[in-house]
Design a protein around this ligand. Structure first.
Ligand SMILES: Nc1nc2c(ncn2[C@@H]2O[C@H](COP(=O)(O)OP(=O)(O)OP(=O)(O)O)[C@@H](O)[C@H]2O)c(=O)[nH]1
Ligand SMILES: [Mg+2]
Length: 283
């Protein structure tokens, strides 16, 4: 689907031209504002999603399972190449509604914290991230000191980012009584596993709430290997993308930005009202 933002903008342009004809705004001023708006939209950067978590929890597997169908453009970003320091693999995914930048950050292990540079790198990358997918292994859901420190750092970088952390509980097929209990025909957990998954998710929630009382996000149990519950994970990721970054909202955003750039004095009454409304809904 070719995004209809441009056509929306064109009809908007006509609408505004009508006003400019009424000398509410000069053609020259209009073109200046118009250029600002279109530049802004054309330069809109993709939503950025970071996958973090301990070594071996399944970050890479999750990215592969989730984004298999998309066109991926690799560009490993060497934030830190010194031996022992973390590596960040960045990929751009081309989808229906635009681009998505995916960051796969390895190395959140116990030695991480002893390396000052690691924390700096994390801070640098996370300062520009829209959503964090914190991958946990169903067998080890405790958050160690390293992870607690990182949460505090995230809070400092951007408090709003805290509620855009999605906790993704991977490898649910090995939950008690074990993988042999998994129903291979339906690709679903057994009844007993199902109960245990629900319990484990609750445990995770308790642990997180203790460390981040203000956290109000979501937890999802899934399996990257079995491709179980990936749709739900994907939906939750999209829900965590801040409103103003969602492509579906782009046309409304274009309108609000356009109106916001126009000085109140030049706005006709009805658009002044609209500006107030947009300000309210964008909050
Ligand atoms: N049982 C099971 N194993 C999984 C699942 N996802 C990943 N694994 C296994 O877990 C191991 C680690 O997976 P990776 O995807 O490499 O983990 P990672 O988080 O990227 O690890 P690092 O890059 O080292 O930080 C591999 O042996 C995977 O096969 C899963 O859903 N179920
Ligand atoms: Mg990996």
């Amino acid at each position: 689907m070719e995004f209809n933002l441009k056509s929306n903008l064109f009809s908007l342009k006509d609408e505004f031209k009508k006003f400019s004809l009424k000398k509410k705004i000069s053609d020259e001023d209009f073109e200046i504002i118009w250029k600002e708006v279109t530049d802004k939209i054309n330069n809109e950067s993709p939503s950025k999603i970071a996958f973090i978590g301990n070594c071996g929890v399944g970050k890479s597997s999750t990215i592969n399972s989730l984004f298999n169908a998309g066109q991926r453009i690799n560009h490993t970003e060497a934030f830190n190449q010194e031996e022992g320091l973390i590596e960040i693999k960045a990929e751009t995914l081309e989808g229906e509604n635009g681009f998505l930048d995916i960051y796969n950050i390895s190395g959140l292990d116990d030695s991480f914290i002893s390396k000052e540079k690691n924390l700096e790198t994390y801070k640098k990358v996370l300062s520009d991230i829209d959503v964090i997918i914190w991958v946990l292994d169903v067998q080890n859901i405790e958050l160690n000191n390293t992870q607690e420190t990182l949460i505090n750092e995230i809070r400092e970088i951007n408090p709003a980012l805290i509620n855009r952390i999605v906790f993704a509980l991977n490898k649910v097929e090995i939950i008690h009584p074990g993988q042999s209990d998994w129903n291979p025909l339906m690709n679903l957990p057994s009844e007993e596993q199902e109960v245990n998954i629900v319990e484990r998710v609750k445990d995770v929630e308790e642990i997180i709430k203790e460390i981040i009382p203000e956290w109000n996000g979501q937890i999802v149990g899934y399996s990257a290997e079995k491709k179980y519950n990936l749709t739900k994970l994907f939906k939750i990721i999209l829900e965590a993308v801040p409103e103003e970054r969602k492509w579906e909202f782009a046309s409304r955003k274009a309108l609000s930005e356009f109106i916001e750039l126009v000085d109140d004095r030049f706005l006709p009454e009805e658009l002044k009202e609209k500006k107030k409304d947009l300000k309210k809904t964008n909050r």
